[in-house]
Design a protein around this ligand. Structure first.
Ligand SMILES: Cc1ncc(COP(=O)(O)O)c(C=O)c1O
Ligand SMILES: [Zn+2]
Length: 411
């Protein structure tokens, strides 16, 4: 890409401009820095046809992503299926429902491959040799895999008590996995200190403005896969709240650069009841986020007690006429089973949260039954298998005999 579409970083609070370096907070008001683009230039440069002529990956929207040159990491990430979920729609009593299925994102089966593709491509442009992250599991998997494939050294820091498969899915790539005796917030705080001292590229700390933009591609894909329309209602899981704010940004940018016409849309956030700082604030009608010091939920990937983008997420929901919900552990399990039984999609606990909350928003009338709904499934069920322990019947067991088989199915 020769023309620079991505111009600078900009403070989300005061609008102060900064150079495109590994920085993430405004020095005047500590506001988060965000990528800023030359939208006029992008509008002139892209079109639906141009995008559609490109390979089916997230990089088909590259003018709206914050790197200077060609991407070098995660070239095959994205363009996951948008499934028209008619059987689930019938179960929920709604007329038009889609599942955006990032449970099958390449290569590590969660939407985090999108953010990592951008962060590590940018990390290379900025000259980092060592990359790292603070993670609730999926981000660690993705940093480990994509860094390995790019030949970058990596460290991933996680709460020590994550699901077995999430830990294994980091270890296998040869990254350094460090389990911290504490909750995610403590992991994150430590990572800020390490980034300051060692100068590594932490994808979600000092590289956060670049990392976060990767989530927009989920929104661009939804629009394109709906035939270039913004869905009326989108339900999104929230941990830090970043994905939700970036899908909103994607919908707005798509209008701004002329890819879709403007239409009214609602953005809805989903959290676990055992760690619901953003949902609780939204329900209480405030944008003051009260931290949850000790998260207690099977949805460990969403267990962030002090969400960095919580304030912005609440404001997106308010400004779009959306809302938030939260789901208990048993509601999460029921939703995982419902999605599997109706659509053949096995999601991790975060997806159970999203579907359970979507269901509640429909029942309460906050999402109308006769308008188009998209729910974002962001991670794979094979990574949180233990959440289902004791919730599924064991397989039948018989001798290799036709008599025993016939007796079994006659029951
Ligand atoms: C599967 C899954 N879904 C959703 C999220 C939410 O991400 P965000 O921090 O952007 O709100 C995460 C975060 O780790 C996740 O692992
Ligand atoms: Zn500022």
């Amino acid at each position: 890409m020769s023309e620079p579409f991505f111009s600078q970083l900009k403070c989300r609070e005061c609008g102060a401009l900064y150079p495109k370096k590994a920085i993430h907070v405004c020095e005047y008001d500590f506001g988060p820095l965000e990528a800023d683009y030359d939208y006029g230039k992008i509008r002139a440069a892209i079109s639906r046809g141009k995008i559609q002529s490109r390979p089916l990956t997230m990089w088909r929207y590259r003018e709206l992503l914050p790197i200077d040159g060609e991407p070098t990491v995660g070239l095959k990430v994205g363009f996951t299926p948008l499934v028209k979920a008619d059987r689930l729609a019938e179960a929920l009593g709604v007329s038009e429902l889609y599942v955006k299925n990032d449970a099958v994102n390449y290569p590590t089966l969660s939407f985090k491959d999108r953010v990592v593709a951008v962060a590590l491509s940018r990390a290379r442009e900025l000259g980092f040799k060592i990359v790292a992250c603070a993670s609730t599991g999926n981000l660690a998997n993705s940093v480990a895999a994509n860094a390995a494939a790019a030949g970058l050294e990596s460290y991933v820091l996680i709460p020590y008590d994550l699901e077995r498969s999430k830990v294994l899915n980091s270890l296998v790539y040869g990254t350094r996995v460090i389990g911290i005796e504490g909750a995610y917030d403590q992991v994150n705080r430590l990572c800020s200190e390490i980034a300051g001292k060692h100068g590594w590229g932490f994808v979600n700390v000092n590289l956060r403005p670049y990392y976060a933009e990767g989530s927009k591609t989920m929104g661009f894909e939804i629009i394109e896969q709906l035939g270039w329309e913004i869905p009326a209602h989108t339900v999104i899981p929230m941990a830090s709240g970043s994905l939700l704010t970036k899908i909103n940004k994607a919908y707005r940018e798509a209008v701004k650069v002329g890819l879709v016409s403007e239409s009214k849309f609602g953005i809805y956030g989903a959290q676990a009841a055992g760690c619901n700082p953003i949902a609780a604030a939204q329900k209480a009608g405030t944008d003051l986020i009260r931290p949850v010091p000790k998260p207690d939920t099977i949805a460990k990937s969403l267990a962030i007690g002090t969400p960095a983008d919580g304030y912005y997420a609440v404001n997106v929901m308010r400004n779009t006429g959306g809302a938030a919900e939260d789901a208990t552990d048993s509601e999460i399990i029921d939703a995982i089973k419902l999605l599997a039984e109706t659509e053949g999609i096995f999601t991790e606990t975060a997806g159970g949260v999203t579907l359970a909350c979507a269901q509640k928003l429909i029942v309460s009338g906050k999402i109308p039954r006769d308008e188009r709904i998209v729910i974002c499934i962001t991670g794979n069920g094979l990574k949180t298998a233990e959440a289902l322990d004791g919730h599924l019947p064991p397989p039948a067991r018989i001798k290799p005999s036709l008599r025993e088989f016939d007796a079994l199915i006659a029951k």
